[in-house]
Design a protein around this ligand. Structure first.
Ligand code: HEC
Length: 119
């Protein structure tokens, strides 16, 4: 069955964000969109247990993303890169808590100046 999830998901996520008054922070918006996508397409087979199990496949943010790429292909939803990022950010924030590369998540403390190096 084909579900035009992207537009509907984006609209739902926007509506949800407006409803709960989430901060406009990029990663947070992505996480709620990712949650919507994940719950629509992925949670039928596995709940939190697969992401929290002791011997899990993903050991870095990139590996979580690889699994998301693999599983969206398996499910046949043809997600765009930003959908994959959104779901990865969601899963990472909720379960894995690996450091998120700044290319995907905005740098959390980008304005903190680096400590001056000793000469
Ligand atoms: C057909 C059932 C099924 C569906 C649908 C499914 N998964 Fe999975 N998923 C599994 C099983 C079973 C495993 C564990 C076995 C494995 O790693 O091969 C798994 C493992 C994973 C893992 C790795 C967990 C770890 O060990 O760290 C991720 C991440 C994941 N799935 C994401 C997704 C996402 C995202 C979707 C939706 C696009 C999805 N899955 C849809 C069955 C499913």
């Amino acid at each position: 069955m084909f579900v035009p999830h992207s537009a509907a998901g984006a609209m739902l996520a926007a509506a949800l964000a407006a409803f709960v008054g989430l901060p406009a922070a990029h990663a947070q918006a992505d996480a709620s969109r990712g949650q919507t996508l994940y719950e629509a397409h992925c949670s039928a087979c596995h709940d939190r247990s697969v992401h929290g199990r002791a011997v899990r496949t993903a050991r870095t943010f990139e590996q979580v993303r690889e699994q998301v790429v693999r599983w969206q292909r398996e499910v046949g939803v043809a997600w765009q890169a930003e959908d994959v990022d959104a779901v990865t950010i969601y899963l990472n924030q909720r379960y894995y808590r690996f450091p998120c590369p700044t290319t995907v998540c905005a740098a959390p403390r980008a304005s903190v100046p680096p400590a001056s190096a000793p000469r």
